[in-house]
Write a protein that binds this ligand. Structure first.
Ligand code: AMP
Ligand code: GLY
Length: 428
């Protein structure tokens, strides 16, 4: 079958890597892709938000299965758009429609969804410009720290954890009356700060049946010891030592099942991935957020552990037959270390030559922000490469991933040297 992946990050390279191993895949396309996907698939120079061009590519390349990587096209309604195109009503698409993608696209929607369906989440209230004064008063009566979240998509930057009342009130004013975060900040969710350790749980669903994929831990801050500003993710580990069987059963019973039941009750047919970001608070799962897609760089450690044919899983999800597939997971540990451009997550330069990739052995370098304009691989984004190692122990996977991170060279290269170390200490 012919398969099209939308996106251009490490997540999409990992998808392409896994899909290209399946005997069910005849031809693979990625739009727009990167230098890594170009080695496994045909890159199509199409922006994933250009729905017309995507529809045209689906026709031209006789695509049987579409996998949407990032949230933006989902939230903007690409699935709804394609469904209305002639001959595409039955196209296999893995990714929710705009209504389902609201789980990620609107924090206000996802918080009230969780409240309606009794899913554990931090207590919260939503404010708008009209209720700014109530919001300021609410902050005064609340304990610190306190969390403020822009309602809409803000590329991971819409969350502020305020340590003082002044900081919280200024942030609320900035978002509601000064338009910080633009439209995404027209509504602000103010919520209780959760203490604990974060975990990412991934569910693939056909709307009724589901598979819980391997869990992962993401390292969001730029600096070692979880310091400095948030990034898209500096590394990831799977499995996660504190995600015990007992804990994962709680996640399934208290979060996954009621989420899927809630979607069905509300008439939302959700086909795709649900990424549940949660906090392990005193051994209880509390949902921080939903995403309507896989995580990046989590995908780069989750997919290497999936043994089941990935195309078979995607087709079963699209066809409503996930109950017929048996998900098999490798027991090994996968660790990825992300190499980023100097300056990231603030301004950074592109176009730096990447060398020594060929010296990396036994580690898979997933490309994120890379391009190869003249055959030479160069940096083309903040996050450049995710070096994934898989081994029988966490220690070995960490060591190999770090060795590979040291080996690859480009001007300004930065990476965290402590990915997974907290989990090694946790297991001691
Ligand atoms: P989000 O965009 O909702 O994933 O938030 C980004 C990051 O902010 C999360 O990964 C957490 O590290 C942190 N965060 C968000 N909400 C809370 C909360 N209620 N308590 C503590 N940390 C939070
Ligand atoms: N790594 C976090 C995310 O994909 O949202």
């Amino acid at each position: 079958m012919n398969i099209l992946i939308l996106g251009s990050g490490g997540r999409e390279h990992a998808f392409a890597w896994k899909i290209s191993q399946s005997p069910l895949c005849d031809a693979l396309f990625v739009a727009p892709g990167n230098a890594g996907t170009a080695e496994l698939a045909t890159n199509l120079p199409i922006a994933f938000t250009d729905f017309e061009a995507v529809a045209e590519a689906i026709r031209e390349h006789k695509i049987d299965l579409l996998l949407v990587g990032p949230e933006e096209p989902l939230v903007k309604g690409i699935v709804d758009y394609l469904r209305q195109q002639p001959g595409m009503a039955d196209l296999r698409i893995v990714g929710p429609d705009a209504q389902g993608a609201q789980l990620e696209g609107s924090k206000d929607f996802s918080k009230s969804f969780m409240q309606r369906h009794g899913i554990p989440t931090a207590a919260s209230q939503t404010f708008t410009a009209d209720t700014l004064n109530e919001g300021l008063a609410y902050l005064e009566s609340h304990t610190l720290p306190i969390v403020l979240k822009a309602d809409g998509l803000a590329a991971g930057k819409g969350v502020i954890i305020a340590e003082t009342l002044a900081e919280a009130q200024n942030a609320l004013r900035d978002m509601l009356s000064e338009g910080r975060f633009g439209e995404a900040g027209n509504k602000v969710v103010v919520e209780q700060f959760l203490k604990g350790i974060e975990l990412s749980v991934f569910v693939l669903t056909d709307g009724v049946n589901y598979k819980i994929l391997p869990e992962a831990k993401d390292y969001k801050r730029i600096g070692e010891g979880d310091t400095g500003p948030n990034t898209g993710g500096m590394g990831a580990v799977s499995p996660v030592v504190f995600a015990t069987e007992a804990f994962m059963r709680k996640v399934e019973d208290k979060v996954v099942k009621p989420t899927l039941a809630g979607l069905q009750q509300e008439g939302i047919r959700y086909v795709g991935f649900i990424f549940v970001g949660l906090m392990n608070t005193k051994s209880e799962p509390v949902v921080i957020e939903y995403n309507a897609r896989m995580g990046d760089p989590e995908t780069e450690v989750v997919l290497p552990r999936i043994q089941t044919d990935f195309v078979e899983l995607l087709v079963a999800a699209a066809d409503g037959e996930l109950d017929k597939v048996n998900l098999q997971v490798l027991p090994q540990t996968a660790v990825t270390t992300v190499l980023v451009s100097g300056g990231y997550p603030d301004a950074y330069e592109k176009g730096k030559v990447i060398s020594a990739l060929d010296l990396v052995i036994e580690v898979t370098p997933f490309h994120a922000g890379t391009a190869a304009p003249n055959g030479q691989v160069v940096t083309n984004g903040g996050r450049v490469l995710a070096m994934t190692a898989i081994a029988n122990s966490l220690e070995n996977a960490v060591r190999r991933s770090q060795e590979a991170a040291r080996t690859v060279q480009f001007e300004g290269k930065q990476y965290r040297k402590d990915i997974g170390l907290d989990l090694i200490r946790y297991s001691d």
